[in-house]
Design a protein around this ligand. Sequence first.
Ligand SMILES: Cc1ncc(COP(=O)(O)O)c(C=O)c1O
Length: 396
Amino acid sequence: MRYASITDRLSNLGSGKWAVHAAARAMAAAGTEIIELTIGEPDMPPDEALLAECARAMHAGRTRYSNGRGEPAVLKALTEKYRKRRADVTEKNILCFPGTQTALFAVMLGLVEAGDAVLVGDPLYATYEGVVASTGARIVPVPLHPEKRFHLQAADLERAITPECRVLLLNTPHNPTGAVLTAEEIAVIGAVCRRHDLWIVCDEVYEELIFGGEFASPFNDPDLAERTIVVSSISKSHAAPGFRSGWAAGPVEFCERLLPVSETMLFGVQPFISDMTAMAVSQRFDTAAVMRENYLRRARIVESALVGEPLLKTMMPEGGMFILVDVGATGLSGEAFAWALLTEQQVAVMPGSSFGEEARDFIRISLTVPDERLETAARRMAELARSLRAGEAKRA
Ligand SMILES: Cc1ncc(COP(=O)(O)O)c(C=O)c1O
């Protein structure tokens, strides 16, 4: 039978990236005890009040169809959230989606197509390749340098731009590097985007998980308002990824243009989840603060466990739920190190190569497991590095 080309474009994007994770799950299913540090899923439940609100809404009959833009209460809550950033925001600037991932997919579909290109910092979040490829556009990678703490440099961006480029896909705080852009950096990046008439799509799903300083976004700058679209959700901020509740916030004209796309895809989002989301966005919960504290403490645990190991270099994150370790000095790629760590030490991590060419010497560790387990895992990483060093010395 014949299929559309999207199925070819997306066919090879998943399996290779997740091979270590899949092998770890298979080993665990066969009875081996594995410390799994691959995927980034909050290790705490959503606040009890949010679960109760969702149940209340369901029992109150909030189980009917919604509309394409979003339920009034959640649109109001999101308008208030973004109006704190920019005074001109109204409900016309918001569209609800089932999670950041769906928002990204729809937004990209509305901005680019075959023949266009999307600029993305490399390393990049694993699904971006598929999101861009599904539209028929291609990715133009912009290298992010470890010596610049993986912060996107405006000069690198400018150098990478080709006439096909239509969009800069930003992510701050960044997965996998934990880089958090400053307002000054965003201002110079924004100036480049204005000069080249680029859209800025900013994935801010880790907005509430920064370890210090002020969160900054191109959305906050009135000079970038006409070209900036934020995508985000309650997945990370409220430890609620399974609810699939997110949104896009962008220019009114963009929202009007995208609404029929969203309606065609979704026929609206779920009212009972919208009620819970409205509560999440408009009230204060301590979930994000607890996670921030946990993830920072755990990043420091990894750092201090590896501090005496000359072949492993930790890159302290500025936000998010991951830490990168540079394993290049061991002589192994991140991928080879990850496989050795799994088979010899029963610890599963993501190879950096799953996040792009620039991360090939790294492994990514998820900080979503209890402290002691993470410390044990870090000690095993050091053990593997020491055994590689000993092997190297023997051969020399
Ligand atoms: C950078 C980034 N964007 C988007 C997502 C997906 O978020 P959501 O659950 O809101 O679809 C993730 C999930 O890990 C992520 O790391």
